[in-house]
Design a protein around this ligand. Structure first.
Ligand SMILES: Cc1cc2nc3c(=O)[nH]c(=O)nc-3n(C[C@H](O)[C@H](O)[C@H](O)COP(=O)(O)OP(=O)(O)OC[C@H]3O[C@@H](n4cnc5c(N)ncnc54)[C@H](O)[C@@H]3O)c2cc1C
Length: 309
């Protein structure tokens, strides 16, 4: 049943008409708060400050993807510039995460380079960091090429990183190429629906590949992020770090806003580094539906809270 629901929610996440209706409806806005900090930049800055006070760092995502014109792409980049300024002026422990299709990759690749390049240059000046999220498989190679190219520009080393999805067969090679270039990686399982020709379909295979890649990252000498809420994998990461004498400062765990807050706090209290990915904005629908796809039971919790309110 779960794989069927996962497929259903992922295809719903791609529906432009549902997205348009949902993002405008007041019920939609109410349910989105389950995973999204709010609609405005002030909302996410407040949530970031709170998270910092609880001992976790943050990566802020200005929600949006697949823009269809240059103006939208420029507006998204401007919002990220304002975010980097606010993070710096408020001395928040935070960096930014963005999607290339939000920066106009499908509209004009040169424009996307100009916009993301500008953000990475600003992040370098402010001693911050830009994470380029990984989208569905049509974007894997383009995203990796984009990040490798950006990272080669003098001054950008260590300032831009990307994401590897353990469900893709190709990921081991991609990890090795990124490590050879010294690029920081966020390792996750992968949130899209990918076919058996290119991706593991069984959860046990995705998990096993995650653990294998995780150990490669942890012994690479480069600072990476282990993005998962999977308690079994987190336990294995902690045991591996202890056994291999890898310092708790040499990597970070990452989780999503609103998911397993108990585990986030437990890791902080145990002295591990924890970064929470906090999204904000009005374009929450695809992100929200992918969270339902990961755990269809979320629908029942959300419905219950909606009727209680
Ligand atoms: C910081 C961060 C950044 C990410 N960036 C990307 C990216 O750039 N590209 C990409 O494709 N994917 C990204 N993801 C999503 C990721 O690929 C997975 O889809 C997601 O994290 C669920 O996988 P899991 O590792 O938590 O393990 P799972 O095996 O799916 O879940 C393990 C346990 O975690 C809890 N859990 C997981 N998901 C949910 C949820 N939605 N609601 C409630 N509980 C849940 C449940 O208790 C579940 O039993 C990111 C995830 C994180 C944490």
């Amino acid at each position: 049943m779960a794989p069927v629901l996962r497929t259903l929610f992922i295809s719903l996440s791609e529906s432009r008409s549902l997205r348009a209706v949902a993002e405008k409806s007041s019920v939609g806005r109410r349910v989105s708060t389950r995973f999204v900090a709010g609609r405005e930049m002030d909302d996410v800055l407040r949530a970031t400050k709170l998270m910092n006070q609880k001992g976790a760092t943050v990566s802020i995502d200005n929600l949006g993807e697949n823009v269809t014109n240059a103006e939208e792409a420029r507006a998204s980049a401007n919002a990220y510039h304002r975010l980097l300024d606010a993070i710096s002026s408020q001395a928040l422990q935070a960096n930014i995460s963005l999607k290339l299709t939000h920066m106009g990759l499908d509209v004009d690749e040169n424009l996307a380079h100009e916009l993301v390049g500008g953000l990475v240059a600003k992040a370098a000046a402010l001693k911050s960091f830009v994470r380029v999220d990984m989208e569905g498989s049509p974007y894997t190679q383009r995203t990796l090429d984009f990040v490798h190219q950006l990272h080669r520009i003098p001054g950008n080393q260590g300032v831009v990183g990307t994401v590897i999805q353990s469900y893709l067969y190709r990921s081991e090679k991609d990890v090795n190429d990124l490590l050879a270039a010294g690029i920081r990686i966020r390792l996750c399982k992968g949130a899209y629906k990918e076919p058996p020709e290119i991706a593991f379909q069984k959860k046990s295979d995705v998990d096993a590949n995650y653990v294998k890649l995780m150990k490669t990252l942890m012994t690479s000498g480069i600072y990476h992020g282990l993005a998962t809420h999977d308690e079994r994998i987190i336990k294995e990461a902690k045991a591996f770090a202890t056994r291999e004498k890898i310092s708790p400062d040499a990597f970070e765990f990452q989780m999503l806003h609103g998911i397993r807050r108990d585990l986030q706090q437990q890791l902080v209290k145990q002295g591990w580094r924890m970064r929470v990915y906090i999204p904000f904005g009005t374009e929450w629908y695809p992100y929200f539906m992918r969270r339902l796809a990961e755990r269809p039971a979320n629908v029942f919790f959300i419905a219950r809270n909606l009727f209680r309110a």
